[in-house]
Ligand binder design. Sequence first.
Ligand code: ADP
Length: 196
Amino acid sequence: MIVIFLGPPGAGKGTQAAHIVKKYGVPQLSTGDMLRSAVAAQTPVGAKAKAVMDAGNLVSDDIVAAIVEERIEQDDCAPGFLLDGFPRTIVQAEMLDAMLTKKERGVDVVIELRVDEEALLGRLRRRIDETLARGDKRRKDDNEDTFKYRLQVYCDQTAPLIPYYEKQGKLKAVDGMGSVEAVSAEIDVILDHFRR
Ligand code: ADP
């Protein structure tokens, strides 16, 4: 089962991904997390990505695709995986299709989390408050201006993936405005078809 999660920043992809990992036993491949690890480990990729990420821009397609390709070759990805934050551009989607075709695999389903943009800013403010309340440091890109910019980047560069996957007959939209449980339930209905 190869699943892609699509949705603007703050749509709840991370929360729902955790649910899918637990229920369906597939690993979550979050390119944001992988890049943040690379930055923390000060790898060459991390060094290149840091300033780009802090500004809310996208890291280059080649870098991200290489990270994903290496990751999906690992054994735990054999039964399937959940992509969270990748692909984020049409070029990345084409690169993904090419790498999966080479392995005689393919994307099963793309779940689009639909949310109201106004609500996203409220969620961001809450996420920042909660992070600070836990005593954790907030992500550099978690501030209102950068967030609005990331939303714009999503609309310009990532939203075109919606018609891309619609044409392939793989897109399933889910209402992301309900409770966490309600959204999970909608996702379950979709994924139960692909369970192996
Ligand atoms: P969120 O889910 O909060 O929108 P992510 O954690 O997925 O954010 O990503 C954070 C940052 O990491 C992005 O703003 C971007 O700079 C970089 N990034 C993550 N995934 C990709 C990708 N597929 N292509 C390019 N850049 C990416």
